[in-house]
Ligand binder design. Structure first.
Ligand code: NAD
Ligand code: USQ
Length: 387
């Protein structure tokens, strides 16, 4: 397949690009390097020493013999160039990672809120509109989020894979309708993902675009078999208060000797997936596209769920690190239950990397190895949901 990877320089996009290239697909990365620029503005760097994109693709060619091409393009701003690129590359599939993905960053200030909406909503819409204009029948695999469902539902009803059957009373009697699960975003970033869903539903219905929306949980881990082949291919590891996600932050904090930063009671339950499984799930999704005219296929891309304070206790006990309960900067439920259906990926052959098998490797090979690159002043989360 010819695969266009939008956002292919990022944390999920880079290992996915390498994995697809290693499977023999022709891969082109499109990225405007905005993630690297935001790090510059925030005065923080990936814990791991990531190479420039030019050095990355050159190293991959040297090591694997396979060529990955790269175009620096802003999909939210450079629409005409995007259409021209689609016409010339003619992808069979487009993997869409190219969004501002941090909830704390999206709540930082009005500028960051507006940037997140402009970038994410325009980028997704430009992709769909450009595919129609360029007459390219590519399957779109989009990285969505578990956060579109929200975490505030009472009771313990399982979260279905995208669609919910609801019973409706009509004069003729009760009927069942299938609807998109109600959206309940917890940040401006998550809000943009709920808007993405509606755009996919519309373009699938109106233009027959084939879309798979992957509702992914929090990704942890760093390396995949491909990124581990050479230090020039190493993946990014965000640990700072804006971009670092909870499990990788705890691993880094333990290695660095910083108390583990649990927000509030730590009663939040979230879904997780290892980066090695992210890349496999995307390959599985690309091999199983929906038919033209079908509604978007939705998969819950998660393998395990954990409560934040249980994760902190596990890592704290393993590494002899203190756990610090701090005032929650976010506006979120203190406690929530989470049961997630994920049978589609498992039935298509996914064999997950679990916390019990991957954790020690991550602490020893990444967090401990690179801990001296961390800036202690960037660890605490400072972005507040309400001022
Ligand atoms: P990331 O920020 O590391 O990567 C995103 C990439 O997209 C960056 O390289 C950035 O430069 C690029 N980009 C952003 N806007 C762009 C634009 N307008 N034009 C071109 N390139 C642009 O994020 P990630 O962690 O790799 O996440 C990728 C996707 O997966 C996101 O959409 C995110 O919402 C989703 N996701 C991530 C996680 C996670 O835990 N990391 C979990 C669930 C879902
Ligand atoms: N948390 C802490 N301490 C920390 C950091 C976070 O207790 O130091 C808590 C948060 O308050 C929250 C939970 O951990 O309750 C998860 O936070 P997170 O930053 O790990 O995850 P989140 O903001 O939800 O965002 C991440 C990715 C996003 C993706 C999402 C998947 O950045 O791109 O969409 O995970 S999900 O959470 O399933 O919606």
């Amino acid at each position: 397949m010819k695969v266009l990877v939008l956002g292919g320089d990022g944390f999920c996009g880079w290992p996915t690009s390498l994995h697809l290239s290693a499977q023999g697909h022709e891969v082109k990365i499109v990225d405007n390097l905005s993630r690297r620029f935001i790090d510059t503005i925030l005065e923080v760097e990936s814990l791991t020493p990531i190479s420039s994109i030019g050095r990355r693709v050159a190293a991959w060619k040297e090591i694997s013999g396979a060529e990955i091409t790269f175009d620096n393009l802003d999909i939210a701003q450079e629409y005409d160039a995007f259409v021209a690129l689609l016409k010339s590359f003619k992808p069979d599939a487009v993997v869409h990672f190219a969004e501002q993905r941090a909830a704390p960053y999206s709540m930082k200030n009005p500028k960051a809120k507006r940037y997140t909406v402009d970038n994410n909503v325009n980028g997704t819409h430009n992709l769909l509109c450009a595919l129609v204009e360029a007459k390219i029948d590519a399957h779109v695999a989009h990285l969505g989020t578990m956060g579109v469902y929200g975490y505030g539902w009472s009771g313990s009803a399982p979260i279905p894979e995208g669609y919910l059957p609801v019973k409706v009373n009509t004069p003729e009697g009760e009927i069942t309708r299938e609807i998109l699960h109600p959206a309940n975003p917890g940040s401006v970033y998550h809000l943009t993902k709920t808007l993405d869903q509606l755009m996919f539903a519309f373009y699938a219905k109106n233009d027959g675009i084939r879309v798979t929306d992957l509702h992914q949980g929090i990704v942890w881990g760093t390396q995949t078999p491909e990124t581990g082949k050479d230090e020039r291919l190493i993946n990014r590891f965000d640990y700072d208060g804006d971009y670092g996600t909870v499990l990788n932050r705890f691993l880094m904090q333990a290695a660095y000797g910083h108390p583990l930063t649990v927000h509030g009671t730590g009663g939040q339950t979230r879904a997780f997936i290892h980066i090695r499984d992210t890349v496999k799930c995307i390959e599985i999704a690309l091999n199983n596209p929906p038919e033209k005219g079908e509604k978007p296929a939705i998969f819950n891309q998660v393998t395990e769920t954990f409560r934040v304070r249980d994760l902190a206790k596990l890592i704290g006990d393993m590494t002899n690190t203190e756990v610090m309960y701090m005032e929650n900067p976010r506006n979120e439920a203190e406690e929530n239950e989470l049961i997630v259906e994920n049978s589609q990926f498992l039935s298509l052959g996914l064999e997950p990397t679990t916390l019990s098998t991957g954790l020690l490797e991550e602490i020893q090979e990444i967090a401990s190895k690179y801990k001296d690159r961390a800036d202690r002043t960037k660890i605490l989360a400072t972005s507040k949901w309400k001022s």
